[in-house]
Design a protein around this ligand. Structure first.
Ligand SMILES: [Zn+2]
Length: 165
């Protein structure tokens, strides 16, 4: 008896962990997520996956991932410094650890986004591509098209006796 076919969504590339380490697209695990140190692709160059799902605020959550990465890192570095220079105060050690970590900021930025993308795709793998075009217009244009009931049309106010039966 044949084994059930693998899911079509199953990437052919490396494992998820390797995909995170190599910063590859979570769907195909072939296309890179970043074009350069500070430059992210909008869509996967290999399979076209929209990394931010078309949402400009999509990476707000990556901020929390960057805290989750940076805080243990600073703590570890502080501990190592303490073993090297035990006479220093905790404050001095933390400041030094922070200064030493500045060159790593681009990698914290990249990996926080990579982990956020993998986290997001793990819990919500679908990409329904919801378009928001069907939403009714808002703002002044909508008000002019559909004035609130009771205000009446402009004609009622201009014609004398327009409001009388
Ligand atoms: Zn891809």
């Amino acid at each position: 008896m044949r084994a059930p076919e693998e899911s079509r969504d199953q990437p052919e590339g490396p494992s998820a962990l390797a995909g995170i380490v190599l910063r590859l697209c979570p769907r195909c695990r072939r296309g890179p997520i970043f074009a350069a140190l500070w430059v992210m692709y909008d869509d996967c160059p290999s399979c076209g996956l929209d990394f931010d799902r078309g949402d400009p605020g999509h990476f707000t959550g990556a901020m929390y991932v960057s805290y989750a990465l940076a805080i243990p890192w600073i703590a570890l570095l502080t501990l190592i410094e303490h073993l090297i220079v035990p006479a220093w105060s905790l404050f001095r050690l933390v400041v030094l650890a922070s200064i030493l970590s500045v060159p790593l900021i681009p990698w914290f930025w990249q990996y926080s986004r990579v982990i956020w993308i993998y986290f997001d795709r793990y819990f919500d793998p679908d990409d329904p591509r919801d378009e928001h075009e069907s939403e009714s217009p808002a703002g002044p244009a909508a008000f002019l098209e559909n004035p609130p009931i009771g205000l009446g049309s402009q004609k009622d106010w201009e014609e004398p006796g327009g409001l009388t039966p």
